[in-house]
Design a protein. Structure first.
Length: 264
């Protein structure tokens, strides 16, 4: 009886430890997922504040232009007006008013710049928290999981040469939406060599993902994208034999098999 009890306790302990390990792994994965999501949200905040700063800068430039044009007009008018003293007084009033407005606008930028600096510091802290961990991405074409060509060396279907295939080819219907595998910033959107229409995204954990042969790119360079956001549509542009997505991933510049770091 005692022996049976000890065995049950041991089994229970092993089960508990296994459960803790599983939950620990899930926590780590969700933690990485949360960190890149938080960085994305910080980037959005930075973008919104920088747009406000840009609007203020435009207003300042407009005020300075008004100030300059006003001075030019007054100089011309001095040639035709006898009451130079009165005109000079009006000119000074306008100049002082515009200068006050410019000063107020400049001062309004100070707290905004402080906010941007604070957000950048938070972003750097989160990146340090990642500590080299890579977040698993999502599949770029849900519903189309078969591969027509895997990662690795192969005979190229067009050149017939043995070459390294840097990614995986995912056949899909023409016009199907291609989704971002993870949060990041679009580093390229355009036409490139054999890729045809291609989108590249720099992610916040050191990954860069590439999506080639698109019929259409629907994001632009510099755009912030969230995980699962439509970024392109399936096509067969560039050196291609049919509608598919060439999906490629690097980590800190090193090629990786996308299947190792992507969940279908």
């Amino acid at each position: 009886m005692i022996k049976s009890f000890k065995i049950l306790m041991a089994v229970g302990l092993i089960t508990t430890m296994s459960t803790l390990n599983i939950y620990g792994a899930e926590t780590e994965n969700s933690s990485g997922e949360q960190i890149v999501k938080d960085i994305y949200n910080l980037k959005i905040e930075q973008k919104n504040i920088n747009e406000k700063i840009s609007d203020i800068d435009k207003s300042i430039e407009e005020k300075k232009l008004i100030q300059k044009e006003s001075s030019d007009v007054e100089v011309v008018q001095l040639n035709f007006v006898d009451d130079e003293k009165s005109l000079k007084g009006n000119e000074d009033l306008l100049k002082n008013s515009v200068e006050s407005e410019i000063k107020a606008l400049e001062e309004s930028k100070v707290p905004l710049n402080d906010q941007v600096e604070n957000l950048e510091n938070q972003e750097n802290n989160l990146k340090n928290e990642m500590n080299g961990k890579v977040n698993h991405g999502s599949w770029p074409v849900p519903g189309f999981t078969e591969l027509s060509s895997p990662f690795g060396y192969r005979i190229h279907p067009i050149t017939k040469e043995r070459k390294l295939h840097k990614g995986v080819d995912i056949p899909a219907d023409y016009g199907t939406e291609v989704l971002a595998t993870d949060y990041g910033v679009v580093s390229f959107s355009g036409v490139q060599n054999g890729y045809g229409n291609v989108v590249a995204i720099k992610h916040f954990d050191g990954k860069t993902s590439i999506y080639g042969h698109n019929s259409q790119n629907i994001v632009s360079e510099g755009d912030l994208v969230y995980k699962g956001q439509p970024i392109a549509k399936v096509g067969s542009t560039g050196r291609s034999t049919g509608n598919h997505v060439h999906f490629e991933v690097t980590i800190n510049g090193e090629l990786k098999n996308p299947l190792d770091i992507t969940s279908k």
